[in-house]
Design a protein around this ligand. Structure first.
Ligand SMILES: *Cc1c(COP(=O)(O)O)cnc(C)c1O
Length: 472
């Protein structure tokens, strides 16, 4: 399998290089040259199989010959061995034909573990083979950071630098990042928003000289390997509900558009998905975009679902690439203009195409709290505010009652105790292995909202020689 950049000007790469590269050198994102397609019989043969088996089969075409089949299957099995639920991604019924897909049974209690536990192992495997070292650089609105840190802690082949918005993550989220005592882990609090963190990461990736000297790698969902791993649970959920003989709809609480883009990939691979509903909080740029065809950046507003406090969703570029007929140079022009003007308008046909599969709805904080309360009252389930956005959005855009609607529960309710307590007057307990989180010592560095300051910090930690004057 080869991978191409959404901006059409970076070299095609194989899986191993895509894994290590992250952002393409032309500023684009890598996508498969073509989507593999599973026939109905292929899907049917996976029904009832364990999560790990479905995972190995669904991801296999994307890996190519980077790893042997047995090697990859073993890596996949190891990745999910430590999850707290035997079925890894269980479905829970919450209404007559309404379901919750629980994606918080990994070590850091959010769905990011489902991809990063595998990606950390893939990095280690591929790097060890070449005796190489990678400096992972990522921005997090809260959950990616802890999942990346947990997946990479103590691995000699990696240093991990995670940027998060100072004071804008929940205490549990921050402590999961700052209390890991491993010399290769560097938690950095940026005095800015998540979008500022993401901009710094992009700036450092686009500084090709620094990127090469530091040997930068990405764990954000700009890394294709993460998307690939997230396709799996759409497949297991749909198969459990009767696919390929029955269509299924999903509602996904969306921030950077990685998770729902993985659902789109599953659809492209032949999984019979009827609707994909994008749930956003008050930061509703995606909902406005789908409705009007114009994407206009606004200020990020803090909400009860901080992992979705995002305006510019990186992975949307991957969908736009498909919508404009894979015309990389055209998309590159649109994206550069969008950067410059803060606004982008796509033509009506393109948007109609998007609306055939996607729907979007914005759920504000009061509606989020109401959804948490309703879930508790109606089914005794305590859900976190991100899952609540999904459940509320799913209810609003239910569509045909005969089609199962699956809302994604992307975080454990114990991760967001303040919001849950406001809604129902009690919180959910942390799983036992995190019981002492609030007693552990925190370590982090506060840096200004400035790419140069982050670059200096990283250069010091990585022991890089100072840049020669005049170097590009
Ligand atoms: C990361 C995250 C999201 C947003 O997912 P994207 O892939 O960025 O759209 C939503 N909810 C939770 C709990 C998250 O951790």
């Amino acid at each position: 399998m080869r991978y191409v950049s959404t901006r059409g000007a970076a070299p095609d790469l194989g899986f191993e290089d895509v894994l290590l590269t992250g952002l393409a050198r032309d500023g684009g994102l890598y996508v498969p040259e073509r989507f593999p397609s599973f026939a109905e019989a292929d899907w049917r043969s996976l029904r009832g199989a364990p999560y790990q088996a479905v995972a190995a089969a669904v991801m296999r075409p994307f890996i190519g010959d980077a790893l042997s089949q047995a090697d990859f299957a073993a890596l996949v099995a190891d990745s999910y061995a430590g999850f707290r639920h035997k079925s890894v991604a269980p479905l829970k019924q919450i209404g007559p034909n309404d379901w919750l897909l629980e994606l918080f049974h990994g070590p850091t209690l959010a769905f990011k573990d489902y991809a990063l536990q595998l990606v950390g192992r893939l990095f280690d495997r591929v790097l060890a083979r070449g005796g190489r070292h990678l400096a992972i650089l990522g921005a997090t609105s809260g959950d990616t950071g802890s999942a990346a840190i947990e997946a990479c802690r103590g691995r000699d082949s990696l240093d991990v630098f995670i940027l998060y918005p100072h004071g804008r993550t929940s205490d549990v989220q921050r402590r999961q990042m700052t209390t890991v005592d491993a010399p290769n882990i560097h938690a950095i609090a940026i005095e800015g928003t998540f979008d500022d963190c993401q901009d710094i990461v992009k700036a450092l990736f686009n500084d090709l000289d620094f990127r090469d000297r530091a040997s930068l790698g990405a764990v954000n969902s700009i890394n294709w390997a993460r998307i690939m791993a997230q396709i799996v649970y759409y497949a297991t959920a749909a198969l459990s509900l009767g696919s390929p003989d029955r269509k299924v709809s999903f509602t996904v609480p969306t921030g950077n558009f990685g998770n729902i883009y993985a659902a789109y990939c599953a659809w492209r691979m032949g999984l019979p998905i009827e609707r994909l509903v994008i749930g956003t909080n008050r930061n509703d740029i995606l909902a406005r975009f789908l409705k009007t065809g114009t994407m206009t950046v606004a200020e990020v507003e803090p909400s009860l679902s901080p992992s979705m406090d995002i305006q510019v969703s990186s992975n949307l570029e991957r969908l736009l690439f498909e919508l404009v007929g894979r015309d990389g140079p055209h998309l590159a022009h649109e994206m550069v203009e969008f950067r410059r003007t803060g606004s982008m308008t796509l033509d009506g046909n393109v948007m109609d195409e998007a609306r055939r599969l996607f729907d979007a709805v914005s759920i504000d904080d009061p509606a989020t709290l109401a959804a948490i309360a309703r879930s508790w009252k109606e089914s005794g389930e305590i859900i976190d505010p991100h899952s609540a956005v999904a459940v509320a959005a799913a209810k609003e855009r239910r569509g045909d009652e005969k089609t199962p609607m699956v809302a994604l529960a992307c975080a454990h309710p114990a991760k967001f105790p303040e919001a849950v307590t406001r809604a129902i007057g009690r919180s959910a307990p942390l799983p036992p292995e995190l019981g002492d989180l609030f007693e552990r010592q925190e370590r982090f560095t506060v840096l200004p909202n400035d790419a140069a300051a982050v670059q200096r910090f990283m250069s010091e930690r990585l022991d890089l020689a100072p840049r020669r004057a005049g170097a590009a």
